[in-house]
Design a protein around this ligand. Structure first.
Ligand code: XLS
Ligand code: NI
Ligand code: NI
Length: 450
């Protein structure tokens, strides 16, 4: 397997500042380089997303696919599904990533019944298991596609149709068995169509009760079969439905707490989803991190000018710096997390080689972000400025707030006669523009030296 050349491409190497040949070499990502006490590959644990990298034809709502792939000549869908596994594992090895992710339906076509579908799928899973053993490449997470087939038109775990709900449960059961078999580190639930188009025909409470029940059944079944993968929910505010129940990190945490599921789940956060919810990626990660709910990351980016989940490969160094700053502060991406490229090349960059280029850009942009973030932490720049900004809570009246002894009466006694001028003097400019300029300098200085 390791000397196969299905993609007709050489393994991607770290080349540093040496001349890059058409972008096919890493400028910053040097897998075994130690940064802040861990290797780059351990900080990031990159994963390749099967659905984008091997299945995506680069369609958009207005046009057909443009992708050209080395497996395009297969005509039989099952032969193609089996061959793709070999292409996939060679791709991981050539790129130097150690993890991958998939939906059950990314791998193989469906049969007429679930029994037949499972049978076809299991043939592909056999091949994946073999390749995992040969290569040591691991499953970061798998998931179940409970949104593609038309039976899921009105959701799966929140479908108003009990037959569809039962089917979803049965499909999940097999998916969890696959997670166990392939040694998945995590298992993801993204609420594909778990939301509503219109509230007038929707029983919001009943739908949420139903899906919470389904999650409890999954927790129980995992226990029964000895599956220890970390369960993750992936928030997204809209698309395909106009309102998705797992709107953002805060909403999803509240849902998990309400249904007594918070001990069993953490979050898988995606950059583009954060933007659709009106947040930065950093915001979503911060909220999860502070709540102890950071699980894993879907590494992609949105576009300021397009309001969809366009799943661009990460190339924004400011954003990856912020993400890696949060990851360093957390000591890692969750207990078993990684950076899964839930991303696809643009429709205009359609060659097979572009698939490699796109991943290289994503990995390099994250590696660069890690270097800058590590320098920021080393200097304590952000820690110091934040500590200074809140320092009035370290003593005096502020301290009584934090130690719980303050009351409205004690605050009144303190504040009643303070002249306005003294209150104004108690506020300080945060010199925000300087902070932004300093972050720019950290990026340019650190990467100039890297
Ligand atoms: C879609 C989601 C999806 C999940 C896995 O927007 O990002 O790809 O990551 O179902
Ligand atoms: Ni995703
Ligand atoms: Ni997405």
């Amino acid at each position: 397997m390791s000397d196969s050349n299905l993609w007709n491409i050489d393994p991607i190497q770290f080349v540093g500042t040496e001349k890059l040949e058409q972008g096919l070499g890493f400028r910053y990502y040097d897998a075994d380089r130690v940064v802040a006490g861990k290797t780059m590959k351990d900080w990031m644990r990159f994963g390749v997303a099967y659905w984008h990298t091997f299945d995506q034809r680069l369609v958009d709502p207005f046009g057909e696919g443009t992708a050209t792939r080395p497996f395009d000549s297969y005509t039989d869908p099952i032969d193609l599904a089996l061959a793709k596994v070999d292409y996939a594992f060679e791709f991981y090895q050539k790129l130097g990533v150690e993890y991958f992710c998939f939906h059950d339906r990314d791998l193989a076509p469906e049969g007429d019944t679930l029994r037949e579908t499972n049978k076809i799928l299991d043939r592909v899973i056999d091949r994946i298991e073999e390749r995992q053993k040969e290569t040591g490449i691991k499953l970061l997470w798998n998931t179940s596609s409970l949104f593609t087939n038309r039976r899921f038109v009105s959701g799966a775990g929140t479908s108003p149709f009990a037959e569809v709900y039962a089917y979803a449960g049965a499909q999940l059961k097999h998916s969890l068995e696959i997670a166990k078999r392939l040694g998945a580190e995590n298992y993801v639930f993204w609420g594909g169509r778990e939301g509503y188009e219109n509230l007038w025909n929707t029983d919001l409470k009943r739908e949420q009760d139903h899906i919470a029940r389904l999650f409890h059944m999954c927790v129980d079944y995992a226990k029964e079969i000895g599956l220890d993968a970390q369960f993750l929910i992936e928030p997204k505010p809209k698309e395909p439905t106009s309102h998705q129940y797992d709107f953002d990190a805060a909403t999803t945490i509240a849902f998990l707490q309400t249904y007594d599921l918070d001990k069993h789940f953490k979050l898988n956060l995606e950059g583009n989803h954060a933007n659709l919810a009106g947040h930065t990626y950093q915001h979503e990660i911060r909220v999860a991190r502070e709540a102890g709910m950071l699980g894993s990351l879907d590494a992609n980016q949105g576009d300021k000018l397009i309001g969809w989940d366009i799943d661009e490969f990460p190339s924004d160094i400011y954003e990856t710096t912020a993400v890696m700053w949060e990851i360093l502060a957390a000591g890692g991406i969750g207990p078993h997390g990684g950076l899964n490229f839930d991303a696809k090349p643009r429709r205009t960059s359609f060659t097979a080689e572009d698939l490699f280029r796109a991943h290289v850009v994503g990995m390099d942009t994250y590696a660069a972000g890690l270097l800058v973030a590590a320098k920021l932490h080393e200097d304590g720049y952000i820690e110091n400025l934040v500590a200074d900004r809140y320092s009035s809570f370290d003593s005096g009246i502020g301290k009584t707030v934090e130690d719980g002894t303050a009351t409205l009466a004690s605050l009144e006694e303190h504040a009643l006669d303070i002249p306005q001028a003294d209150l104004v003097a108690a506020t300080k400019s945060d010199h925000l523009e300087c902070v932004k300029a300093t972050l720019n300098n950290y990026i340019f200085d650190t990467l100039g030296r890297a």
